[in-house]
Structures are given as structure tokens and as C-alpha cells.
Write a protein that binds this ligand. Structure first.
Ligand SMILES: Cc1cc2nc3c(=O)[nH]c(=O)nc-3n(C[C@H](O)[C@H](O)[C@H](O)COP(=O)(O)O)c2cc1C
Length: 337
């Protein structure tokens, strides 16, 4: 099975092509890693997931989605995160982290909630404060500092959260950005924050650290972002990226046709037009589908979200099915042979 073969990028080897995408567990206390996180991520590493992306981790307190999100806005968070990477590495998986700011979708108790423009996501959310240029500068610095801390905590890769209607996506989309300065208006202006964060974070990353962005390839609204817009936004910074992690939606409430592999066509378009490796995600939840997407070269890696919550040993089961018993955790062999 192609999904079970190693994937090598810039001399860094992922043991297979299965990814655990970032999934908020809402178990942190004041931003700190808890015992739950160690068990949760170690379990997927015992399950031989090639790349494990730790959930959205906030670069500032008001950048959390909830008060139970992980944080990385202070050096104090490094030891807990280091325990997570140690657990992941113990079993040979690569540890990534998603650096995030929730923007207007923050429901944390920290304030002020910030966004490109003073427009709430819905009536259930606070009306955010439109960011001053000085705050945009500070935000970029917070992503850079977060990345430096992540490297110190032992992560092999960094993912910038540019998807799902959180702050970077809010800037990118004309449905949430009504600014009249250099961060609003044209697509080039709306993409400025995304491009600056990618450029500035890349500058501080050691060569050995992989770097990727997660984007929403569509707002599912004719007046909103299209996959072509996203491709144009990423074009000038693609040289800095190892992967684009292709998701969609989340900035406005619009119906989405949720069928198996529903985001894969976006992955294919981004991969082909930008000539950059992609991670496909979204209702890809069985081995046959995983193989089809890879064989059709629609993505380079496949992320399984809810499937890995249900079944952390998805990869082990696939190894066993392929009779690759030597790749299974030795202690579990008797369950398969
Ligand atoms: C419990 C849960 C938490 C999530 N948290 C995040 C997150 O922190 N960051 C993110 O980019 N996506 C998040 N997502 C979206 C997943 O990463 C993934 O894109 C989505 O579940 C679709 O993939 P799936 O069909 O394989 O589950 C979350 C999804 C779930 C189910």
C-alpha cells in the first residue's frame, strides 16, 4: 500500500503517509499540557501515525478558541510541549504543532477579541475589535516567538493555521475583511498577513524544521474565497513551504456537501498549480479511499481526523493486513498473528 511507504522530504523521513490532523481536545489548563495530552498523542504514535500534528495552539491568550486550548505565548509552555514531542518521538513518529490565533471566533475569557474588521462571526460570538497596525505587528511577532518555542520544545515541523475562519483566514477573505489600509481590499492586500507570517516564521526556523500552512480552499460562497484565490495568495511564499494542508470552509456559515474525500479536488488543484506537496483531509476514512487519493496523485499525505479519534491503531491494522508484522509494536504482535 502506497500509504504505508515512507515519504522523504528534504532528507526528513516520515515512516508512512498517514497524518493526524490538528484536533482541539479542550483539555488544557491555562494553556498548559495535561496528562491527557501525553496519553492522547502517545497513543497515535504507538499507532504508527507518520506525522502527528498537535492541536491548534494559541500564540496569545485571546487567540485561543476556548480557555481550554493549548498555549505557546510564554516560555513556561515549553516543558509541557517537550513532554509531548518526547512521547511522539519515543515511537518514531514526527511531531508537528499547529500555531493558531482564533481571531473573531475566540470564545476565550481573554480580551480583546481581535479581527481584521469589527464584524462578529454570528450572534453567538462577541463583536471583535478591528486591529490597529501596531497590533498586526505584534501578532506577527507572536507567531514568530511561538515558532521559536515550538522548535525548542522539539517539534519537527510547524503548521500555521490559516484556515477555518480563524484570524489569518479572516484577513484573507473578502467576507470578513473590510479594511481600507494595506491589509484590506485587493487579494494581494488581504493575503499580506498570511504571506508576512509565513515569511517571518520561515526566517527563524532551522533548516531541519518542516514548515506548512493549513488553508481553507473555499468559503463556499460566490462572493468569498475560491481555490484560485488561495493559490494566488500562496504563490509568492510557496518556496518557503514544504506542504499545504488543504481544508475548506469555516469563515461563514454556508452549506457544504459533506461527502467522502470532499476536499480532495482542492488538494489536487493546489498541488498541480503551485507544484507543492499537499496533505488532503476530510472524510477520508478507509484504506481504499486513502490509497485511491494517493495513487491518483491528488495529495502526497493523507490526514485522518475523526477516524484516528475512533481508531488510533488504523495504521497498525493496515500494516497487519499487509502482513508487515515487523512494523507493528512488538508488544502487540500477538493480537495480530
Ligand atoms: C474534535 C475536533 C477538533 C478539531 N480541531 C481542529 C484544530 O485544532 N485545528 C484545525 O485546523 N482543525 C481542527 N479540526 C478539523 C480536523 O483537523 C479535520 O480537518 C476535520 O475533522 C476533517 O477531517 P476528518 O473528516 O478526517 O475528521 C478539528 C476536528 C475535530 C473533529
Amino acid at each position: 500500500m502506497l500509504s504505508l511507504t515512507p515519504y522523504i522530504i528534504r532528507n526528513i523521513k516520515l515512516k508512512n503517509r498517514i497524518v493526524m490532523p490538528p484536533m482541539c481536545m479542550y483539555q488544557a489548563e491555562n494553556g498548559f499540557v495535561q496528562a491527557f495530552h501525553l496519553t492522547h498523542y502517545a497513543t497515535r504514535a504507538v499507532g504508527n501515525v507518520g506525522m502527528i500534528i498537535v492541536e491548534a495552539t494559541a500564540v496569545s491568550p485571546e487567540g485561543r478558541i476556548s480557555d481550554e486550548d493549548l498555549g505557546i505565548w510564554d516560555d513556561q509552555f515549553i516543558p509541557g510541549l517537550k513532554q509531548v514531542t518526547d512521547e511522539i518521538h519515543r515511537y518514531g513518529s514526527k511531531a508537528f504543532i499547529q500555531l493558531a490565533h482564533a481571531g473573531r471566533k475566540s470564545q476565550s475569557s481573554a480580551s480583546p477579541h481581535i479581527a481584521p474588521s469589527s464584524l462578529s462571526f454570528s450572534d453567538q460570538y462577541q463583536i471583535p475589535v478591528s486591529m490597529e497596525l501596531e497590533e498586526i505587528k505584534e501578532l506577527k511577532e507572536n507567531f514568530v516567538k511561538g515558532a521559536i518555542r515550538a522548535v525548542e520544545a522539539g517539534f519537527d515541523g510547524i503548521e500555521i493555521h490559516g484556515a477555518h475562519g480563524y484570524l489569518i483566514h479572516e484577513f484573507l477573505s473578502q467576507l470578513s475583511n473590510f479594511r481600507t489600509d494595506e491589509y484590506g481590499g485587493s487579494l494581494d492586500n488581504r493575503a499580506r498577513l498570511l504571506r508576512e507570517i509565513i515569511t517571518e516564521v520561515k526566517k527563524v526556523l532551522p533548516e531541519s524544521i518542516l514548515f506548512q500552512v493549513r488553508i481553507s480552499a473555499s468559503d463556499y460562497d460566490p462572493a468569498g474565497l475560491s481555490v484560485d484565490n488561495v493559490i494566488e495568495a500562496l504563490e509568492p511564499v510557496k518556496e518557503f513551504l514544504d506542504f499545504v494542508h488543504v481544508s475548506s470552509g469555516g469563515n461563514v456559515s454556508r452549506p457544504i456537501d459533506l461527502k467522502p474525500a470532499y476536499q480532495v479536488s482542492f488538494s489536487k488543484q493546489i498541488k498541480d498549480k503551485l507544484n507543492i506537496p499537499t496533505i488532503a483531509v476530510g472524510l477520508i476514512n478507509n484504506s481504499e479511499l486513502v490509497e485511491t487519493v494517493l495513487e491518483k496523485n491528488e495529495a502526497d499525505l493523507i490526514a485522518l481526523g475523526r477516524e484516528l479519534l475512533r481508531n488510533p491503531y488504523f495504521v497498525n491494522q493496515a500494516y497487519a493486513q499487509e502482513k508487515q508484522f515487523e512494523l507493528l509494536p512488538e508488544s502487540y504482535l500477538r493480537a495480530y498473528k
